[in-house]
Structures are given as structure tokens and as C-alpha cells.
Design a protein around this ligand. Structure first.
Ligand code: 80O
Length: 389
């Protein structure tokens, strides 16, 4: 499978793997803004660019419905991500966001939204360099317009608009292998509602297992067990920022959170993101933190269920509580909130709790990529401190 488009882009190329003579850092230099293409790239004549104002309920609904019907499905096409409107507003409007990076494609005649791609600004540390980047996400082309080569021109257009803001690097993930992953993660699932997961075909009854034995296997207490475990509040932002920055400093590539970022990305938002911390009953110090985001999936073609309620592990830090106990409390509260499954990647120190807390390996991988930034060697997933939505 030739990567016609990606071989033209400033990304690590497969032919360069192992060539340690190539320096770590930007592949192409920044250019003066006057040299950045001022006008949008050309689309096929029946389509036009549109900028999506996510503050507008109508536009947010258009993006929501396009993704709901045409975004990523699992390998067996049994489930499709169903990001909520509130989630999309949260994901696309972090501090310093650019509306111009919320890019839609409309059919000129019907004015229907047929494709979307987005970027948000982020500071990402790569080894000792903090780099301003765009996090690219939600690339979606309507099912009926696939293989019309729309994706390459959309990627070039979002790149052009990112360059206009004097940003020259980007980070993105994909379920497919492109030139060239900086790391490849395995995803894992922890059943919370095993009966529903088996009924909808997400999980299968284990060999020599009955349904009642399976329900008992995944049973969890009704309440978290760690003393001082509570929801995060605005007053906790400074302490959580300190805890997170210290924890993330050990990873080769990680988000460079400041208090402003923590306030946006980690304060609880109902049905979008949940975050908890442990406040020591003795000292009142914030010693541990866990968080997960809400990403339901539409269940395709099942007569009895429409939605899989899934929680996705986000950022977690344990300094006084055992990581196992902290993450088990995260499972307990996610079960309490009605989630059917808790998903996690084997990034950061997640490997240490996955097997112990009865996660099972998923049937796919998630590849991480940097645009216009070469790493001398790929990272292990455990060296990655970056979770994209
Ligand atoms: C269960 O419903 C699904 C609907 C669509 C795709 C998949 C499989 C899949 N591709 N899962 C992941 O990519 C994944 C698995 C565990 C944790 N995070 C993940 O992806 C996140 C991060 C990347 N953007 C999508 C959400 C599952």
C-alpha cells in the first residue's frame, strides 16, 4: 500500500527508520508568514470550504450528526464513536483555540456538511523541548464520498491554517499505520456491565464461563474505598497542576499542562469528563488524581440496544495511594455512573494495572504521530504521556 500523500509530507519516512544520522527535531524549518499560501487549497468544484462555529448550536449539530453517522468504527463495524455535542464543544474550544481550525466541507448545491477536520493548540514537550503544536482530530469524510481523495486536501488545508498562526508541528493518532508512528499503543477494556457487553457482541462469554460467573467476576463495590477520594473542584486546580506536571515530566513526549489548561481539560463536566482526587484526611494535601472522559458508541444493528456507554482513561497520578487501588476506585465510580465499559491505552504507567484490574486486550492498536518533528527512536507506549480525545 503506497502512501502517495504521506511521502510528500514532512513526517518520518519508513525509509529513514534506523538512520540515526538524522537529527531529532523539526524536519522542515518554520517559514515567514508571508511565504505561507494565503488562499485556501482547491477543492473539487462541487464542494466549498466552511468554518464551523462550534458556539452555534446549529453548526455544532451539523458536526455532531456528520460524526455520528460517518466517523470511526471498530474493525468489525459493530460500533461507531458517538461524541456528544457538549463533548465536541469542550474538545474544540480549549484556551487559545482558533475557530479557523474548525474546518468543514459543504456540497455547494445542498449546502450539506460532508466532511470535517479540526485542530486545537497544545503545548507538547518532546524530551527537553516544549513545542507549540496543533492537535489534529475528528477527520471525517461522509461515507458516500470516500476515496475521492478529499482527506489529503483537508489535511493540507488545516496545515496551511496552522502555519498561518506560526505553528509548525502537529500531533495526531490513527488506527491505521502511516509514515511513521512515534509509538503504537494497545487498547484494553474493563467490563463494567458484562451482560450488556456480551449481548451486543463487544465481549464474548469466556470458555467454561457462565453468565452469572462472569457477572460475579466483574463485580465492584458500591463506593470508592480510598479515604479522601472526592470529585475535583475549581479550588484544586493549582494542586492538580503541580501533581500532573511532576508526574508527566518523566515521559519522553507529554502534554505541558499549565493551570489554565488543567482548568479546561480536567475540571469535571457532566457527561464529558470526570476527575477525582485524593485529599489526605490528615494533611489535606492532594496526593493522587484520576480522570476519564465520556465517549459513547452507537451500537450498529442490534435490536435491543442503541448505545454503548464507554469511559476512556485520561490522566492518572498516584503518589500516596497504590495505583491499583486508585484505578479500582475509578472503575467503581464509573460503574456507579452507569458506564458499560472502561477503556484504557497501555500508555504511561497504565500497564501496571491493566491485567490486575481485569482489563482484557482490545482487538486493535492506536498509533501516535508527530508532524514535522523527527524522533531519533520510537517510544515505548510507557514513555508516552499524551492522551488525545
Ligand atoms: C467501542 O466502540 C468503538 C467505536 C469505534 C472504534 C473502536 C475501536 C477503537 N478504535 N478504539 C480506540 O481507538 C480507542 C481505544 C481505547 C482508548 N482510546 C481509543 O481511542 C480514543 C483516542 C483516539 N481517538 C478516538 C478515541 C471502538
Amino acid at each position: 500500500k503506497t502512501h502517495k500523500f504521506w511521502e510528500t509530507q514532512p513526517v518520518g519516512q519508513f525509509k529513514d527508520i534506523g538512520d540515526t544520522s538524522l537529527p531529532e527535531g523539526p524536519i522542515e524549518p518554520a517559514t515567514p508568514l508571508s511565504e505561507v499560501k494565503q488562499e485556501p487549497y482547491n477543492l473539487p468544484s462541487v464542494y466549498e470550504w466552511t468554518t464551523c462555529d462550534m458556539n452555534s448550536d446549529d453548526m455544532c449539530s451539523e458536526v455532531y450528526n456528520l460524526l455520528k453517522n460517518n466517523y470511526v468504527e471498530d474493525d468489525e463495524n459493530m460500533f461507531r464513536f458517538n461524541y456528544s455535542k457538549e463533548f465536541l464543544r469542550w474538545a474544540l474550544r480549549p484556551p487559545g483555540y482558533y475557530q479557523s481550525w474548525h474546518i468543514g466541507v459543504r456540497a455547494k448545491t445542498s449546502k450539506k456538511l460532508v466532511a470535517f477536520i479540526s485542530g486545537v493548540p497544545a503545548r507538547i514537550r518532546v524530551r527537553d523541548e516544549v513545542v507549540k503544536m496543533a492537535e489534529i482530530n475528528f477527520l471525517c469524510v461522509h461515507k458516500k464520498l470516500r476515496s475521492k481523495r478529499l482527506a489529503p486536501v483537508m489535511i493540507k488545508e488545516v496545515t496551511r491554517r496552522v502555519h498561518l498562526e506560526n505553528i509548525w508541528q502537529a500531533a495526531y493518532t490513527a488506527g491505521v499505520i502511516l509514515p511513521t508512528p512515534i509509538t503504537t499503543c494497545q487498547y484494553w477494556h474493563r467490563s463494567l456491565n458484562p451482560k450488556k457487553l456480551i449481548d451486543v457482541g463487544f465481549s464474548r462469554l469466556g470458555a467454561r464461563m457462565t453468565m452469572s460467573r462472569t457477572i460475579k467476576l466483574y463485580k465492584l463495590p458500591d463506593a470508592p474505598i480510598t479515604p479522601g477520594f472526592r470529585k475535583m473542584e475549581p479550588r484544586d486546580v493549582p494542586a492538580v497542576t503541580r501533581l500532573l506536571r511532576n508526574y508527566l515530566s518523566q515521559f519522553g513526549v507529554a502534554t505541558d499542562f499549565d493551570e489554565n489548561d488543567v482548568e479546561h481539560w480536567l475540571l469535571p463536566r457532566e457527561d464529558v469528563v470526570d476527575s477525582y482526587l485524593v485529599e489526605s484526611p490528615e494533611t489535606h494535601d492532594v496526593t493522587d488524581f484520576c480522570s476519564f472522559y465520556t465517549l459513547p458508541s452507537t451500537i450498529l444493528g442490534n435490536p435491543n440496544y442503541t448505545t454503548l456507554k464507554a469511559a476512556y482513561s485520561y490522566y492518572n497520578v498516584a503518589t500516596q495511594t497504590s495505583f491499583l487501588q486508585l484505578m479500582n476506585d475509578a472503575l467503581i465510580v464509573s460503574k456507579q455512573k452507569g458506564f458499560d465499559v472502561f477503556n484504557a491505552l497501555d500508555v504511561m504507567h497504565n500497564e501496571s494495572f491493566l491485567k490486575e484490574l481485569k482489563f482484557g486486550p482490545g482487538d486493535g492498536q492506536l498509533h501516535y504521530y508527530l508532524y514535522n518533528y523527527r524522533l531519533k527512536s520510537a517510544l515505548k507506549p510507557a514513555e508516552l504521556g499524551l492522551v488525545l480525545l
